[in-house]
Design a protein around this ligand. Sequence first.
Ligand code: ADP
Ligand code: MG
Length: 912
Amino acid sequence: MRCANRSPITDHRSPALTLEELDWIPRPKILALRRLEIETVEDLLTHFPRRHEDRTEFPHFPREESDIPVCLCGEVIKTSLRRFGGWKKIFEATLQESQANALSEPIVCRWFNLHYVQKMIMTGQRIVVFGKPRLRGKRICMDHPEFEVIENDDEMSIHFRRITPIYPATEGLSQGVLRSMVYRLLSEVADHSFETLLPRALMNGAMTRAGSIRAIHFPESWEQRDSAREHLVLSEFFAMQMLIASRRTDASIRTGQAHCGPGALFNRFGKSLPFELTGAQHKVIAEIQRDLAAAHPMNRLLQGDVGSGKTVVAIAAMLLAVEAGYQVAFMAPTQILAEQHYDVLRRWLEPLGVHIALRTAARQEQSGPLPLFAGNENPGSARLQRAGDGILPSRTFLESESTPGAHYSHRRLPHFERPWAIYAVTITTAHRRGLSPHARTIVLNAWRHFHNTRYELFAICVMPDHVHALFQPWPKNEASHEETTFWSLTELMRSLKSFTAREVNRAEGKAGTVWEKETFDRYIRSDSDLVEKFHYILRNPWDAGVAKRNEDYPWVWTPEDETRTSRSSSPQNAATSTLQACAPQISADEPQIIVGTHALLYESVSFSNLGLVVIDEQHKFGVTQRARLTTREPAPDVLVMTATPIPRTLTMTIYGDLDVSTIDEMPRNRGKIVTAVRDASKLPEVLTFLRTQLEAGRQLYVIYPLIDESEKLDVKAAAAEYELWRERLHPFRCELLHGRIAPPEKQQIMERFRRGETNALISTTVLEVGVDVPNASVMLIENAERFGLAQLHQLRGRIGRGEHKSYCILLTSAQAKEASAKLAVLERTSNGFEVAEADWELRGPGDLLGTAQSGLPALKIGNLKADAELMRRARAAAVSIFQVDPRLESPENQRFRRLIVEQRGHTFSNVS
Ligand code: ADP
Ligand code: MG
């Protein structure tokens, strides 16, 4: 909210004023407000009510109990303080209905151990209470009601006979005082000082921001309150989604490169797998492949339940990038996982000749260099590399975007045709008419003809039904001393089109239009923009699938080909030769895939040619950590994987800046997982069951209740725990795993378990993510009630990974109803998304994922769960704005820029 009226002096208060500047709020109140981070007029006016009370008319005092809280008004006729159990106190205030009649019964309000209440309530006062009436003996009581003492002041009309706002509790500020302040402020600010920052699609009738703010505090009806709230929630969500959409746009218009090889390597990998990929895996691999092949950077989230086979998908992505000649970073949240990934990758990929290295804080090693990739197997990226050889066009874009010495008149030039402007132009054929190879050569030659006379041509590609060109018009009359005029885009296009149309028709023996009237053109703004477009054009035939990966496409041209042409006679040959350029160079002893932990972020691991970053288990990484790896230029493609399914609304916000691919299908060969909650007293029966499973050759995880590895681990206690289990499971072999065991040793323990030398692993939650031993089909979790649902689901995901029927036993000694309701969710479903929804229901989003990690502003009024539909609408609106106008340049979008800049604290590169 900002002052829309720019005139500095008005009678009215600007929302940006601080509360001190108002000069009528006493100092102690200012300090109390500051504790709530309320400093300005706007802060106070957006300190929204928590709820409202209908005080238009108070009901009669109830004579029965009810589960619905009621709001009552009455006079205090008696107070008393009773002690019980030594130091405990109950304060009671008995209320009498105002218009008491013969049938009215007083109501007793009770507060336990709240000293301040007894100081506030006195006989003779009138108070309003809000709470649930309960029958206690013969009396109707309210325990711990919210209350407000009615001061007999002249502000009665603010607090009563209306729908009254109730604010979040504030120490040192009573409801009445807060309400009076808000009321007065609202009377002092003018409507025009609030700007309504909602697109039309989200507006509900004539509701403005000013109207909504007034109505949310002091609504005239419940309907008005509801539509005010909707407006404010939408505004809040819309602002958030604009921020997300701009982040996303920001990322997508950054300079990136295509990092996608032809796929032969991946195909070989696929053939070596002992299973078929699921449909869902194929689907997401195709989505990723499309992103890798595109010039803009990929920002994709790969979501899939535990065991759905994300690793294979990640490997597919890595192989495509490796094949294109790029390096890949694969980051895991823990040492164990990094090592496990390293082993899996080595097992699977070294036979294919891929060179892999491990870089963690504890261990650094790499497999031997392999000859295969020293060769050049990369036709698809050949041109790119050639472009990297120094032929890349580069212009320095001065702020004035002019070249010193050029004389021209601004006025003569339409704004889209600036002097020395560089354009990316696409011309399509009329009705998608196909151009024969001969026709394509004619078009190519015509464009080349004017190179270095009317323009400088940086790159051109003549596709079967369209042409992409990147060029810079030249001045027409360099020699003269008159004002410089440039070849205009319109002129150039007209002459190129009419010339080539005539020639093409003649060559093909046809008549009729060749080209579409419109030309799609784009003005190039920066070096990186230029490079991006350049690459795009050079890759187009391969990206569009017009040419096969290992095939030549002769109608792509850059000035470098011109140099070659002068050496070899035909342009065809020239084009061919460019395709034989070698792959991007990673020297043969450099690893192609580097696996690591966060260490990859902070240590000086150098990548010579980083093309793809895969981040496993994203929720362990914050947004800023992710940014750290990905802000390099040109931006690598980023694939983040999470096994923590999250409710859709949260995906829209927390991962809103990412494209989402979901693996929604489990591999078919999976045995069922049976989950059972058992009381700890049933341990003997459980043990018998465990032994039958071990005897059948299965392996077992026992998770013992050390919730957090950072919780100080008592090594002695762990050892005692272990001894206990060794006895219980004798003669089967057990081993102990926890966070304080040194990594190399941990690794060996895992390895022995993987090989089946150990039958049972007694572990803390270090086992939590990613560990993959298909023969381990039984898991016992002690004190299960101490874990969150999502975490239990994660743990459970360690079993059920092979064809065996699997069992997850949740031992609990909790009597609490809540705990068993929670655990029952796991008995009911093995679907991670359902578990996530239930978890959200039970705990709220804060626990599910650090919302702070998302880097998004906290919500003041909206509720992610209850207002999911509004979030969906806000998101759609924001996305459609950025789709049409990614840099927010159009006049009607100017007002929205502020949303992004203000929220972020600084400007975006795309919106600046
Ligand atoms: P997650 O999604 O939890 O990371 P993984 O990628 O670790 O799952 O895969 C779990 C197990 O399933 C691994 O042993 C993997 O080899 C196997 N797997 C992956 N895809 C398939 C498939 N399509 N069919 C059968 N098994 C598969
Ligand atoms: Mg995994």
